[in-house]
Design a protein. Structure first.
Length: 115
């Protein structure tokens, strides 16, 4: 059986790796958008946030490597979905806590998306 190198097994992912995936305001908002939309085209996620395709590609890669999302391709379209159930099994309550606090502003800012 070959190992899926694109989507790491969550039992091989540490809390630090997952938290790294959440450690950017743009990625937090991408996670929130994917949670609200369910599995969706990647372009819907980054267009809603005003991210460039190249910037979004970087953030999708970090989220995938952190075990937070799963990407797939159908024809010429890329799709993304949160690995919500897997994350809940591995780190109970983490995703719910992150989602509940996405809109909390960064210290010293009034816009939660402003670093």
């Amino acid at each position: 059986m070959t190992r899926d190198v694109l989507h790491p097994d969550l039992d091989q992912i540490s809390m630090a790796q997952v938290l790294h995936g959440f450690a950017d305001p743009a990625r937090l908002h991408m996670v929130k958008t994917m949670y609200e939309l369910g599995e969706c085209q990647c372009s819907l996620v980054y267009a809603a946030l005003g991210l460039s395709k190249s910037n979004a590609s970087h953030h999708f890669r970090v989220l995938r490597e952190s075990g937070i999302l799963r990407r797939s391709q159908r024809g010429s379209q890329q799709y993304a979905a949160l690995r919500a159930e897997e994350l809940e099994d591995r780190f109970p309550g983490l995703l719910a806590s992150v989602l509940a606090n996405v809109d909390v502003a960064e210290p010293g800012t009034s816009d939660p998306r402003t670093p």
